[in-house]
Ligand binder design. Structure first.
Ligand code: SF4
Length: 113
């Protein structure tokens, strides 16, 4: 699986309520066409499910991870734990600087093994 695919899966797995596909490509910093290819791969691998959703009258999809045991190493960027664990802030994923900082750390360090 390519790193961008893994990052997409991680982001989707982090949010029990799912991630809008229209937000995912912005979070991954890829264009919507590439995001669609990533989503298709994750769907084909049976790792996520996709539910049609309308946001402001525009059709998009909610992407949810299929339930699987959590691999603790997937929650670490180097030694930094994903900020969503225990977070009680009002969540707007696309605007969350804590998550973006963590993802930046992930891009530098990669996933802990
Ligand atoms: S606000 Fe940020 S850190 Fe908190 S759950 Fe949402 S994305 Fe995670």
């Amino acid at each position: 699986m390519l790193k961008t695919d893994e990052d997409a899966l991680k982001l989707i797995q982090l949010k029990a309520e799912g991630v809008l596909q229209s937000d995912l490509w912005k979070l991954l910093d890829v264009d919507s066409r590439k995001c669609s290819r990533i989503v298709k791969k994750l769907l084909d691998a049976d790792l996520i499910e996709r539910i049609e959703f309308r946001k402001n009258g525009i059709k998009t999809f909610i992407l949810r991870a299929k339930r699987r045991p959590v691999d603790p190493s997937q929650m670490l960027a180097g030694e930094e734990l994903i900020p969503c664990i225990g977070c009680d802030m009002e969540c707007v994923v696309i605007e969350c600087h804590r998550l973006l900082d963590w993802m930046y750390q992930l891009a530098i360090c990669g996933v802990s093994e």
